[in-house]
Design a protein around this ligand. Structure first.
Ligand SMILES: [Zn+2]
Length: 121
């Protein structure tokens, strides 16, 4: 991938990262805010627990995505961004725009999904 294109993806990834970090920051504030409130009613407490579990799940998903984005940014630095790590072919730009953190091309992804189906997963 040429420099101009990889810089475009760097910007795209940085934008997504900023967005995620902002969201994650908000989640942390929401959670600490909820902790300080007192819920004597057991029904309210139950719903608060559910909310907290939900937030934790979202946070976990965000954390994984943040890791994927920083790995993608590292690959831009290395000059290996946009290259399929399974077959070594270039990943199409269309796929990268739709899924900038991807590490494999659409053909390898399809193959992987076929294999997963075969295992009954
Ligand atoms: Zn591939």
């Amino acid at each position: 991938m040429d420099r101009e294109r990889s810089e475009k993806f760097r910007e795209l990834l940085h934008g997504k990262l900023d967005e995620l970090l902002n969201e994650a920051g908000k989640t942390v504030v929401d959670m600490s805010g909820a902790k300080e409130e007192n819920f004597p009613d057991p029904t309210d407490r139950a719903s608060l627990e559910t909310d907290r579990n939900f937030l934790l799940r979202v946070k976990d998903r965000e954390r994984k995505l943040i890791t994927k984005i920083s790995e993608a940014l590292k690959r831009i630095d290395d000059g290996t961004y946009g290259v399929c790590e399974l077959c070594g072919e270039e990943i199409s730009e269309k796929r990268l725009i739709a899924r900038p953190v991807t590490t494999c091309c659409i053909e390898c992804k399809k193959e992987e999904e076929e294999q997963e189906k075969g295992r009954g997963a």
